[in-house]
Design a protein around this ligand. Structure first.
Ligand code: GLP
Length: 237
């Protein structure tokens, strides 16, 4: 694992943007794994700026999101479809963009997304991390061998994510998510964490034992992970 720590957000997100663009330029076509949450928002602004100034060509890039709440319409403001559409996809014309389906038959959606990922191996996966060490919606005690599945959210995650909803009761209890196995299949991974509330999860991810109790700890076994942190998220290392 490579760890990079930055004193300010501007430098942090600029470096991540440059890292992503240099990876994109190495391949004639590119499968980019994307994340949601507040952490990648500034990265998406940087990517939009970079696209506007022609730093990369999106026409050979396909994107694949990690997860989506079950039961929210795609037009719901807290859905990850809506998030991706408004924060990135309406600004950058990628070759194709995929977010797991949140409505309809969940089992069919799981199968379909697994198949899509098998056919389109991810070149670079962007990840955030939950304060309990979850990645995508793989909560503590999820098997490292899981592929795309329907996950039940923990109370901690529901509380953390309730800030995007009008009330905590509105937060869905389940989600469709890439499994840890799908994530580990990505050729390269970038994990981003900022803020003091991520310091404990980052310490366990980087220095703790590899255990299903801390889903992100599996990243210690991946051959190419770069972790980008601000000084608060890095404060326990
Ligand atoms: C959600 C998402 C994760 C994300 C996490 C942290 O639970 N499913 O992919 O990493 O939140 O979000 P934030 O960046 O808002 O702290």
């Amino acid at each position: 694992m490579k760890i990079k720590i930055f004193q300010n957000d501007e430098q942090l997100y600029n470096e991540i943007k440059n890292h992503i663009i240099s990876e994109i330029r190495e391949l004639p076509s590119f499968n980019l794994g994307l994340a949601t949450g507040s952490t990648p928002e500034k990265l998406y602004l940087k990517l939009i700026e970079a696209y506007t100034s022609k730093e990369f060509d999106p026409s050979s890039i396909k994107t694949f999101n990690l997860d989506e709440y079950i039961g929210l319409e795609e037009s719901h403001e807290a859905s990850y479809h809506y998030y991706m559409q408004t924060k990135l996809f309406q600004h950058i014309p990628f070759k194709g963009s995929h977010v797991p389906k949140s409505t309809g038959n969940p089992e069919e959606n799981v199968k379909e997304y697994n198949k899509l990922l098998e056919e389109n191996p991810i070149d670079l996966q962007i990840l955030g991390i939950g304060s309990n060490g979850h990645i995508a919606f793989n909560e503590p005690n999820t098997s490292f061998l899981e592929t795309v599945h329907i996950a039940t959210l923990t109370e901690k995650t529901i509380i953390d994510n309730s800030r995007f909803f009008n009330s905590i009761e509105e937060v869905p209890k389940t989600a469709i998510t890439m499994g840890l196995k799908n994530i580990m299949n990505a050729k390269k991974i970038i994990l981003i964490a900022t803020g003091l509330n991520k310091a404990d999860a980052i310490f366990k991810t980087v220095k703790g034992e590899v255990t299903e109790k801390v889903p992100a700890s599996i990243l210690q076994q991946h051959p190419n992970v770069t972790i980008y942190l601000d000084s608060e998220a890095a404060s326990k290392l």
